[in-house]
Design a protein around this ligand. Structure first.
Ligand code: EPU
Length: 419
């Protein structure tokens, strides 16, 4: 297994640009199933999760072409197989995103039931309950979700809990249902509005995405489109946090700051100077130690759970004590045990982490457990004294494009060690 060797203590400086957003791209790739025409996706990030999504569509019969501009053309007019097999679903839970499109377009789907994962049990009951309300028949058999529907019918659906991919699945399914669907208690993440923009460019009639209530007037069919994947707000936030822990001075280009308002506020509370332009964010951290900042994760527009692990590192080297409450996932503190092996002083009880800031961290051999946990270990390695080796970095390759290249460009010293 490849590892990253990080020589800590270098301050980051310079400019980098943001890659396309993984969590916007995954539902958009699934949405191509809804049309018989070609869909061109631009600015797709080169990530393992994107490859897995293409593998899934390819296994069902989609044609996928990559051209010289690195744009992907996807044509799903001729799917022979409507199954997402366990081998793929177990490596990427976002495979559930093909359920809504398959049901709406082909009237049936067979998707391996995702199990638990490193950050919690992550059930899909909200997706299934909502699809049943659209008229789908759903049963669970031999570890698979088996779903069918003659024709989905629009109705009013209030989600039992806020779910990002659940909201996306329903927006896609309702696009080809008869009549009007009104979704409430929905997720408001920017990626929801991005998906609605893409679907509307294919002929859907979706209003209100990004707010509490989404109204979808079903249409008979969707066309092809050409769509640019927007920038990855969590990637941008991770590099801003990397600058904050290394007393850095960097600019991230290609990102709309409105997508990161809570993260920016918390960075400012930690003592960083932030300058936001329409399409870039600059950070300058001149404090010897950041101020501690309390954080409670919650659905957008509140502080994102996907930035919690990175802020654990900022707080770990801060000048005082702070509290982090994780309210979205039940088990998203796996990185803390590894961070403590690098000299952090963090105590976890349930969904609460109490962090006592320490003067400095030291390098160690550590193991990544999930995507954002790996990002936090890299951040800790960047600011630690000595060398850190991060093992199991396949987690990081799922969601950060060329991370060591981008960080080295900013002055870090990271080497990828072969298996
Ligand atoms: N939940 C249920 N039942 C459901 C669906 C969700 O109980 O049917 C619970 C989950 O167990 C969790 C909470 O609701 O406790 C929120 O889960 P949600 O469904 O919103 O998460 P998701 O859609 O599976 C997406 C992102 C995650 C991100 C979360 C929260 C994608 C592909 N994934 O997951 O991204 O953390 O929303 O913002 O969009 C990551 O990029 O590292 C990542 C994990």
């Amino acid at each position: 297994m490849e590892k990253l060797l990080i020589k800590g203590g270098k301050s980051l400086s310079g400019k980098i640009s943001c890659s396309g957003a993984k969590n916007a791209a995954l539902p958009m790739i699934a949405a191509t199933i809804l049309s018989d025409e070609k869909v061109i996706l631009k600015n797709l990030p080169y990530l393992q999760d994107i490859t897995t999504m293409f593998e899934l569509l390819g296994s069902m019969g989609s044609e996928i072409l990559l051209d010289e501009n690195m744009d992907f053309t996807i044509c799903s007019s001729n799917l022979q197989d409507i199954e997402a097999r366990y081998e793929l679903v177990k490596t990427m839970r976002a495979s559930i995103l093909v359920l809504g499109p398959l049901l709406a377009k082909y009237g049936k789907a067979r998707i391996a039931l995702p199990g638990g994962c490193a950050i919690g049990s992550r059930p899909v009951n909200f997706h299934l309950d909502a699809l049943k309300q659209l008229g789908a028949t759903i049963s669970l058999r031999n570890g698979y979700i088996e779903a069918s529907a003659e024709k989905l019918k629009g109705t009013n659906i209030k989600f039992d809990g806020i779910t990002v991919t659940g909201t996306e699945n329903l927006m896609m399914a309702a696009s080809l249902a008869t009549g009007t669907t009104i979704l409430t208690n929905v997720a408001k993440e920017p990626e929801i509005a991005d998906l609605a923009d893409m679907l509307n460019s294919m002929g859907s009639d979706i209003q209100g995405a990004g707010t509490d209530k989404i109204i979808i007037n079903g249409v008979d069919k969707l066309t092809g489109t050409t769509f640019d994947i927007p920038a990855d707000r969590i990637e941008a936030g991770t590099y801003l946090a990397a600058a904050a822990v290394t007393k850095g001075n960097i600019t991230i280009e290609g990102i709309n700051p409105n997508r990161l308002m809570r993260v920016i506020e918390k960075l400012q509370n930690s003592g960083a100077n932030i300058d936001c332009q329409e399409n870039s964010i600059s950070i300058n951290m001149s404090l010897e130690s950041p101020h501690p900042v309390d954080i409670t994760t919650a659905p957008f527009p509140e502080f994102p759970t996907d930035m919690q692990a990175q802020f654990s590192v900022i707080n770990a080297i801060s000048s005082g004590t702070s509290n982090i409450y994780e309210t979205v996932f039940e088990n998203r503190f796996m990185h803390i045990l590894e961070l403590n092996r690098m000299g952090c002083d963090i105590e976890v009880k349930g969904n609460h982490a109490k962090i006592n800031g320490v003067k400095s961290l030291y390098g160690a051999q550590v193991m990544a457990t999930d995507l954002r946990a790996s990002a936090s270990l890299i951040l800790a390695g960047l600011c630690a004294n000595g060398e850190t080796v991060v093992d199991r970095i396949y987690h990081i390759d799922r969601g950060y494009e060329r991370i060591e290249e981008k960080l080295n460009y900013l002055g870090a010293d990271i080497i990828r060690l072969p298996s």
